[in-house]
Design a protein around this ligand. Structure first.
Ligand code: GRF
Length: 214
């Protein structure tokens, strides 16, 4: 096995997806190692979990920076200080500058609670229920400057029940997120995929991209 890819995780809140990545990376055979968890909010509860795991944490407060550029420059510096080679956004609620996105192009991934390209943006569960769709889910993709777009790495779909509320649907999707995000990070970190233009292609025979669950 080659060296594990040093990965920084960006969060803004509870960080349950970050926890799923950290737990997967406890296995020394997992191809990524989590070197830092960075939050833009000091009160993000996810930071406590990361600290308890012995992972370095940083707070880069967007309110303490005069511009998006200044905030992103500090974020970039924090990632570099910890030697990050990959970035995984996990409920990170800041829009990034074009410059930051370009610097991390094809090395930064995000998880979004919908079957992209459907329901980009916020309130995905409410919108899926309003449309009476029968399947909903989550996607992991490389980050581009257009929000919630970029080459798809993995998708997991779940049924939508007639009795669902936004909360029950969100919980079902979140379970799927916790399964799919570690798998997506693993294929990226292991070099099993590469980006050609705006499409992701499998670099290993027999691998179907995007990964799908179930
Ligand atoms: C998740 O639903 C994720 O898809 C979205 O924000 C939520 C973050 O939850 N981007 P958590 O902080 O990972 O628990």
């Amino acid at each position: 096995m080659g060296a594990r890819k040093k990965t920084g995780i960006l969060i803004s809140g509870r960080g349950s997806n970050m926890q799923a990545l950290v737990k997967a990376a406890r296995d020394p055979a997992f191809p990524a190692e989590i070197v830092v968890v960075i939050s833009n909010r000091a009160s993000a509860s996810g930071l406590d979990f990361a600290k308890a795991e012995g992972i370095a944490t940083e707070v880069v407060d967007h309110k303490a920076h005069a511009s998006r550029e200044a905030f992103d420059a500090e974020l970039d510096a924090a990632l570099k200080r910890h030697g990050a080679e990959l970035v995984a956004c996990a409920g990170f609620m800041r829009i990034m500058t074009e410059g930051f996105v370009q610097r991390w192009r094809d090395r930064m991934i995000n998880i979004h609670p919908s079957l992209l390209p459907a329901y980009k943006g916020l309130h995905t569960h409410e919108r899926a229920l309003a449309d009476k769709v029968t399947r909903h889910g989550c996607s992991v993709h490389f980050v581009r400057s257009d929000v919630d777009s970029g080459p798809l790495i993995a998708q997991a779909s779940v049924p939508v029940l007639k009795s669902d509320t936004p909360e029950t649907l969100a919980a079902r999707v979140l379970d799927a997120e916790h399964k799919i995000y570690p798998r997506a990070l693993a294929v990226v970190a292991s070099g099993a995929v590469r980006v050609e233009g705006e499409t992701l292609v499998a670099a290993k025979p027999g691998l179907h991209i995007p990964l799908t669950i179930p």
